[in-house]
Design a protein around this ligand. Structure first.
Ligand code: ATP
Ligand code: MG
Length: 175
């Protein structure tokens, strides 16, 4: 049903996408089919240039946007969301930054708890090949010079090449 607050199947998924990888793309492919509109929130948007958060919100936006375009996914909005470090008001913060949504897809216990308390429908999303498709594993391979390209969409590798992402990561110290 379409209301002033959007469609009952409008949904939200949040990740840090450091970087956007094939697991993210697979889950978004699935969620986008189940949703009228899907919002992809880029979490911890203010961080970049650290070992666990190497890429800026703008770089991550480009990785996601180009990957969705190549995959023919056309019902997703991308919204950068900065951390507030104040969980009691974090859901309101996300709502203020996002198109309307009714369903939240997340496996993160804190995210699930906060949206549950705010009255949202929470759904778990399936994990695809989690031992390889994880941001931590992609960043590890980038740091030590192993082949990370099979783990990400081609559009992501193109953005990383364009900004010399590997040079950036190798120059970073532990954070
Ligand atoms: P990191 O290792 O940096 O935490 P991550 O791979 O866990 O990276 P996040 O950026 O933390 O990815 O995004 C978290 C969201 O992406 C969660 O909702 C999680 O369920 C989903 N996700 C992560 N990896 C996969 C995967 N392999 N398959 C499906 N969903 C995934
Ligand atoms: Mg994670």
């Amino acid at each position: 049903m379409q209301t002033a607050r959007g469609h009952e199947n409008d949904s939200l998924m949040i990740g840090r996408f450091q970087p956007f990888h094939n697991g993210h793309l697979e889950v978004i492919r699935k969620i986008s089919k189940l949703s009228e509109n899907l919002t992809i929130g880029i979490g911890s948007a203010q961080y970049s240039h650290t070992v666990s958060n190497p890429f800026t919100a703008g770089e991550r936006y480009r990785m996601i946007s180009n990957s969705l375009k190549d995959s023919g996914i056309d019902n997703a909005s991308i919204v950068p969301i900065e951390d507030l470090n104040r969980y009691s008001v974090w859901v309101s913060h996300v709502i203020s930054m996002s198109p309307p949504f009714s369903v939240v897809y997340s496996n993160n216990p804190l995210t699930r708890r906060l949206f549950l308390e705010a009255g949202y429908e929470i759904k778990a999303s399936p994990l695809y090949n989690r031992s390889e498709y994880s941001g931590t594993e992609v960043r590890r391979r980038m740091m030590v010079g192993e082949d990370w390209r099979p783990l990400v969409p081609k559009a992501v590798a193109d953005v990383i090449d364009d900004i010399d992402g590997i040079g950036r990561i190798r120059g970073l110290k532990d954070d």
